[in-house]
Design a binder for this molecule. Structure first.
Ligand SMILES: [Zn+2]
Length: 400
């Protein structure tokens, strides 16, 4: 189990190019570039006015596939009678080359290397080789196709062909990770999960990255969480690492069932919805290490009472309480310290999961839940702890 891979989306890379180079260099951790190809297959969102959008169109060679004025790629461009077209193969090559070379071939990278070298720091180009290459991937499921069976999904065909072509042309040192982006309603149907995994078993990729948009571990009903467990455990039987693109505590506790790691973006997202607008208002949300959920920082005192706790004694929380006022600076500082508190708590949680203590964490949910129910007889704060009941039920089954 790891918590180590940085995900840089291609739109972030194109928009904050030099900053991204610095971030990768400073963190000195593996990273991957999410090529965001699904965006070009979704008619419902038009991001074409964004500057990065047209930059990626040309990097990916989409301008050669799409007619002028057309911004959406269709199955017809990529498949002919169920077989991969030249356009599909070109797309795979351009998208993987982008991940391999975009930074290393840039003048910004040369400048960065020069400046660092001048200050006596060597920049290792190896650090800029992505840990995995991600073939083009597109969204599949009932939200975007009128299908009754995932086997009929044309986008699934496209995704499988993209993964296969990426594997066919990879170099020995390279690893291919297929992103499986599905609508969450698919998780209701166990036989559909089996079929989906069966299709991916033919690709010979090196790893899988799950992405179930808008899958909120805290909010989903037991049946959907159970479906997610099934997807993870079925997929992991293929013997390849399974990562969750955007996951939280619930995913981490599935390490025994096959989750090999959870990625995180530079800001700390635990779920992501491609249909939702980007750029939420930044407010301070504070990670409650007993309820395993982020709560509004302003109400922290009330939340502590729920579980009979004192303030967290970590180094960041002491500073956090010292930052007062409502200036942009103060808010920014609080957000930063709350994030550090979270990351520290999360890494110690990961350590204890690695030490095979997942079962103990799951048992602690029950105690926390009982405390909360005692201290909150009217259920005013129920929304912040009721997931513990559902998690306890799903995970007790999954971990035995
Ligand atoms: Zn703390």
């Amino acid at each position: 189990m790891e918590f180590s891979t940085l995900v840089i989306s291609s739109n972030v890379l194109e928009t904050f190019f030099s900053t991204s180079i610095k971030t990768i260099n400073n963190r000195a951790k593996p990273y991957i570039i999410d090529p965001l190809t699904y965006i070009y297959g979704l008619e419902s969102i038009d991001l074409s006015p964004k500057r990065w959008y047209s930059k990626l169109v040309s990097h990916y060679g989409l301008d050669l596939i799409l007619s002028p004025g057309v911004t959406t790629i269709t199955v017809g461009h990529l498949l002919m009678a169920g077989q991969a077209t030249n356009s599909l193969r070109n797309l795979v090559e351009n998208v993987t080359n982008y991940q391999k070379r975009r930074i290393l071939d840039s003048s910004e990278f040369d400048d960065f290397t020069d400046i660092e070298g001048f200050q006596g720091h060597d920049v290792s180009p190896d650090l800029f080789v992505p840990r995995f290459l991600i073939p083009p991937y597109f969204y599949m499921g009932y939200d975007v196709e009128d299908i009754s069976d995932i086997g009929q999904s044309q986008w699934l065909r496209v995704n499988i062909e993209c993964a296969k072509h990426a594997v066919a042309r990879k170099e020995t040192s390279e690893k291919i990770c297929a992103v499986i982006l599905i609508s969450k309603s698919l998780l209701f149907f166990p036989e559909q999960i089996e079929k989906l995994v069966n299709e991916y078993s033919t690709t010979e990729v090196d790893a899988f990255m799950l992405w179930v948009p808008d899958f909120r571990e805290y909010r989903e009903p037991e049946q959907l969480l159970g479906g997610f467990v099934k997807l993870v455990s079925t997929l992991s039987k293929l013997g390849k690492p399974v990562f969750n693109f955007y996951g939280g505590m619930f995913s981490l506790l599935l390490s025994k069932r096959g989750i090999a790691g959870v990625c995180h973006s530079p800001c700390y997202g635990e779920s992501k919805d491609p249909f939702a607008e980007r750029g939420m208002l930044a407010t301070v949300r504070y990670y409650d290490q007993d309820m395993k959920i982020k709560v509004p920082y302003g109400k922290l005192v009330e939340f502590l009472k729920l579980t009979n706790r004192d303030y967290c004694d970590c180094q960041y929380c002491a500073s956090l309480r010292g930052v007062v006022g409502d200036t942009t600076d103060a808010r920014g500082k609080r957000i930063e310290l709350a994030a550090k508190h979270f990351l520290m708590q999360r890494s110690s949680e990961i350590l204890s999961i690695n030490a095979d203590d997942a079962q103990a964490i799951v048992s602690s949910f029950k105690q926390t839940l009982e405390l909360c129910e005692q201290n909150d007889p009217n259920g005013t704060y129920g929304d912040y702890y009721k997931h513990l009941k559902v998690w306890n039920s799903v995970l007790s089954k999954a971990l035995t």
